[in-house]
Design a protein around this ligand. Structure first.
Ligand SMILES: Nc1nc2c(ncn2[C@@H]2O[C@H](COP(=O)(O)OP(=O)(O)OP(=O)(O)O)[C@@H](O)[C@H]2O)c(=O)[nH]1
Ligand SMILES: [Mg+2]
Ligand SMILES: [Zn+2]
Length: 300
């Protein structure tokens, strides 16, 4: 694009920092623009790559086009409908903490969702200053399954340089229960972020909280997206097989099940249940698998 010296830039490309109903906050080079949308069909989500234009006589810049998405991470709302959270993600960082105590089923669902979309996953274990002893046994299971686990503490900056190095050259979406410290981590990683943490925004009941996904640039070619504490998150496909694929250890032994279409519930000759009985597969992970598989059956 060519702009004459002195004239304001009238068009360009950029990334959606945050999406609102009929508008979006866009980063285009060094410009941060509040854009309207052209056309009624355009639906944007945080992380979208877009083209914008400021037409002569128009009130302000508008988003004109969206590049095809590499992927989109969705949550399932109360009515079972998929709602996009963010697009063009390289990695899902699942954040947990000793307080609020982890919902391991939710962790399993996030990880299964990432696997399903071929997105890298990372477990961030925050609030190290509070003490992580209560989580050690569960973390050992995830580490043995090959899930990277990094320990951090926003109080005292523990593990922040290591996390920063890990997140280089990629776009990472932070997810996890409300109050685990996602926004606090974003502020520790990107000092100018001013992400809204519990101290800054309190809802009617005096709690926190982040309400929309927000993109933050992390050096030249990396970014992190702070998402609201998503209580309900599900991988996309409504298939039992999809649930299975999300669990590395279950998927690995399923080839030895007697039936090809074994759901690993109560079928005879099931290698997965044999693995659980022999404690090669953690019973709690198997329970997560069953809950997710049943959820898929209910949605189908
Ligand atoms: N002790 C301790 N407290 C922390 C740490 N990180 C965050 N907190 C506190 O945990 C509370 C919640 O932090 P937030 O960053 O708002 O949590 P969040 O995950 O963004 O929450 P939602 O936006 O509601 O999803 C705040 O009171 C933080 O100060 C930490 O490493 N140690
Ligand atoms: Mg937050
Ligand atoms: Zn089976």
């Amino acid at each position: 694009m060519v702009t004459e010296p002195g004239t304001p830039q009238t068009q360009g490309t950029g990334v959606v920092l945050a999406s609102y109903g009929r508008g979006a906050l866009v980063q285009s080079g060094d410009l941060t623009l509040r854009c309207g949308l052209v056309g009624r069909k355009l639906r944007l989500v945080c992380g979208d790559r877009i083209g914008w234009q400021h037409a002569t006589g128009a009130d302000g810049p508008s988003v004109e086009s969206v590049e095809p998405r590499l992927n989109v991470v969705e949550r399932i709302d109360a009515r079972g409908r998929a709602e996009p959270v963010a697009a063009n993600i390289d990695r899902l960082a699942i954040v947990i903490a000793p307080e609020p105590s982890p919902d391991w089923f939710l962790v399993d669902r996030y990880w299964a969702g990432a696997r399903h979309k071929d997105i890298d996953a990372l477990l961030i274990v925050n609030k190290q200053d509070v003490g992580l002893a209560s989580l050690a046994a569960s973390l050992a299971v995830y580490r043995s399954l090959g899930l990277e686990c990094l320990e951090t503490g926003c109080r005292g900056g523990i593990g922040i340089p290591q996390l920063l190095a890990y997140l280089a050259s990629s776009v990472t979406l932070f997810v996890g229960q409300s109050g685990v410290g996602k926004s606090s981590l974003v502020n520790a990683l990107v000092p100018e972020a001013a992400a809204q943490t519990a101290e800054l925004t309190r809802d009617a009941e005096g709690r926190h909280t982040t309400t929309t996904a927000r993109w933050y640039r992390l050096g030249a070619d990396a970014a992190i997206i702070d998402a609201p504490g998503v209580r309900d998150f599900a991988p996309p496909a409504h298939l039992v097989r999809a649930a299975e694929r999300g669990f590395v250890e279950i998927h690995a032994v399923s080839v030895d099940c007697k039936f090809n279409d074994c759901r690993h519930f109560d079928e005879p000759g099931c290698a997965v249940r044999a693995g659980v009985a022999a404690q090669r597969i953690a019973a709690r992970r198997y329970e997560s698998y069953r809950r997710l598989a049943r959820l898929y059956e209910d949605l189908a």
